[in-house]
Write a protein that binds this ligand. Structure first.
Ligand code: FAQ
Length: 312
């Protein structure tokens, strides 16, 4: 059996591919692309909500938000570590993102303007992320799959805290209800875009599905999210932003209106509302943290020299 045949045998038998296993170059490259972009999304995703930590309306809300934003940073770290097992250095990955070569999720280029936006992000953005990530728990690459299992546990708490913020606002004063509705209106369509282009337009889907990097297609996952969100909007008593949303009994799913793909491509090509601000902030924080990385390297070198001295 050739290494390639053995690789495909493992994929078909649902065995995980591990870092030291032989894998086709294109599989490795595709994984580095997806996992690193996923890591960048988690870290850049800290910014819209991070902006609200000092303005959360109560101590309880502040404590919850602080810990949620820290969790997202942690998810970025698991994912960068998973990606490094494929033989790329984190510095290289971060540099590609800062130079605009590697993408991150389009949704984080939309600003969080009100407190209700923090609720909508938890409910819709984390909600969309989980739908995708539950499926990715079964991805064929071992370290990515294990990172997803851990991340999903935390993400479901994030989704519920966002929904709870929305529930409180939607049953509050007329001003609070209006704020909740406005946040839903602005975040609903960009959340649908998180699943990527339609399957027919998706450059990587066919290969990723064949290699079981992705386990469900962009459109199938998006449909799951549309169906679950339609019911949640009813519970909140808000008006659904998609005027064309209609239950299709034959399909057993909701039919929905068209996504504005011009807006999607505009945002992923760097021209969204906050693209420049997000990258500038990341670069600034990265530069300010250089001394921590240098101190860690110096400490590591000293420990190594000390251990060598003791062994001699
Ligand atoms: N935004 O051929 P496809 C989170 C790009 S985690 C930006 O369909 P693929 C947690 C795509 O990269 C959210 N770019 O690509 C949180 C490719 O560009 P490339 C992140 C997008 O990979 C919550 C090109 O378009 N989750 O939110 C987007 O097969 C709250 C062609 O597309 C993940 O990353 C987009 N929405 O499918 C954190 C999940 N969609 O690389 C903080 C893992 C597509 O050729 C607060 N990733 N593109 O230059 C995936 O499942 C997949 O990568 C997809 C895209 C489904 C995102």
């Amino acid at each position: 059996m050739t290494p390639e045949q053995n690789f495909m045998r493992k994929i078909e038998a649902e065995e995980k591919i591990e870092p030291k296993d032989w894998m086709p170059d294109a599989y490795r490259k595709n994984l580095v692309r997806q996992v690193s972009q996923h890591a960048h999304s988690e870290v850049i995703g800290m910014q819209p909500e991070g902006n609200w930590i000092t303005r959360a309306p109560s101590l309880r809300r502040k404590a919850i938000l602080l810990s949620k934003v820290q969790d997202e940073g942690g998810h970025g770290l698991y994912l960068y570590s998973a990606c490094e097992t494929l033989g790329v250095a984190r510095e290289e990955l971060v540099a590609a993102m800062q130079q605009g070569i590697a993408k991150y999720a389009s949704i984080f280029n939309y600003p969080a303007q009100t407190w209700a936006d923090v609720g909508a992000i938890g409910w819709l953005v984390d909600g969309a992320a989980i739908v995708n990530q539950v499926s990715l728990q079964r991805t064929s690459y071992g370290p990515y799959s294990r990172a997803m299992i851990r991340i999903c546990k935390e993400e479901s708490f994030h989704q519920r805290q966002g929904f709870e913020i929305m529930l409180v606002l939607a049953s509050g004063s007329p001003e609070q209800q209006a704020m909740a509705q406005d946040a839903l209106n602005r975040f609903y369509w960009p959340s649908l875009m998180m699943f990527g282009p339609h399957d027919a337009e998706s450059a990587h889907s066919a290969r990723s599905m064949q290699w079981k990097i992705k386990r469900e297609t962009n459109d199938d996952l998006r449909q799951k999210f549309i169906d679950q969100t339609a019911e949640q909007v009813k519970v909140l008593g808000l008006t659904h932003p998609d005027r064309d949303l209609k239950w299709n009994a034959e399909r057993g799913h909701y039919d929905s209106g068209d996504i504005d793909w011009d807006e999607f491509y505009n945002v992923i090509n760097g021209n969204g509302h906050a693209n420049r601000q997000r990258l500038a902030h990341h670069i600034q924080a990265h530069e300010e943290g250089a001394w921590v990385r240098e101190a860690m390297s110096a400490y590591k070198a000293r420990r190594k020299a000390l251990t060598a001295q003791q062994a001699a």
